[in-house]
Design a protein around this ligand. Sequence first.
Ligand SMILES: CC(C)(COP(=O)(O)OP(=O)(O)OC[C@H]1O[C@@H](n2cnc3c(N)ncnc32)[C@H](O)[C@@H]1OP(=O)(O)O)[C@@H](O)C(=O)NCCC(=O)NCCS
Length: 327
Amino acid sequence: MSRGGPRGKVPGMRLRFGPLPPDWPESVVPWMAEALPREALDAGKFARQALCDPNFDPEGLVLAFDGDLPIGLVWAVHRSVPLENAPPDGDRGYLVLLAVREGFRRRGVGRALVERAEAFLRGRGARSAWVCGYAPGYFLPGADLAYPGGCELLTACGYREVYQPIAMQAELWDLRVPDWVRERAARLSQEGVRVEPFHAALTLPTLEFAREHFRGDWVRWAKEAIRDITLGDDPRRLMLAWRNPDRPEVLAYSHYGGERFGPIGVRESERGRGIGQVLLYETLQAQKARGFRCSWFLWSDDRTADRLYRAAGFREIRRFAYLRKEL
Ligand SMILES: CC(C)(COP(=O)(O)OP(=O)(O)OC[C@H]1O[C@@H](n2cnc3c(N)ncnc32)[C@H](O)[C@@H]1OP(=O)(O)O)[C@@H](O)C(=O)NCCC(=O)NCCS
């Protein structure tokens, strides 16, 4: 990684770049947590989600310093460990984290960090850079529109918006299953669709469903949920809609982990029958029964929000810009 001198406008600063300093929990995390206040960032989360990420490469983590003082950070990822069942994405790179310490902004530090991250990604063979959509360890679906400067900086650096993912939350205090959802559940049951918590006999049909109908990160979600459930976690953590006891076929699943809802997915050929609504309410009831007072998720699009989530009481709590740039 280059530790060269300043680029761009850096009046009054002794700007240099380097790796994560050994005292990062004290010298870096506190101002990053302030720059990204909605992420509840602490040293544990940074260690777990960034440093232990399967694709973490120290060269992709660039710190900016004013003299010896850390004042900025960018973490870029290029995949070296393939994601099970996902198409290869070696032509892409991801900017996962970016922050500049308050008091050091609008002096070109953010832009210089983005440029270094892009140089790292280009060197690894990426032809485009994305903010963000990185799995498995993503922090955010994109730049939170409520954070000051993120979208503006990235736009100034040549990034263009792909679309705006939204995060939503539902209060569970007064959760009631509407009559029309109960009626749909009864009709599905008459039609031979069972809606049940995961049990071990459904392991292979569940994995087959995730593999064939939802490429990408779904197989990992399913495996993690199955591992946790078989070690004693709530089986309702993974609710399944399935049919054909002689040769079980999973049509849909819905998942939660703590207060976090999702993913939920219905096989394309089975959409429009109410399976998604029924599973959604099953999962919300399971979360409520575990004592959670709200349910939230980080990533939906406006169309799915309108079709599925708003009717169940979810409201938008965050909006992101999902951005890309050709390198
Ligand atoms: C976004 C952030 C990293 C920018 O860092 P920075 O060092 O201030 O950025 P730069 O000085 O390099 O800005 C470069 C250009 O980006 C644009 N820009 C940056 N911040 C801006 C702001 N608050 N408002 C409008 N434009 C802005 C400007 O075009 C700027 O050029 P200019 O100063 O000549 O007008 C910093 O504001 C931050 O940490 N914000 C909170 C965390 C965050 O949003 N991270 C991004 C999530 S992906």
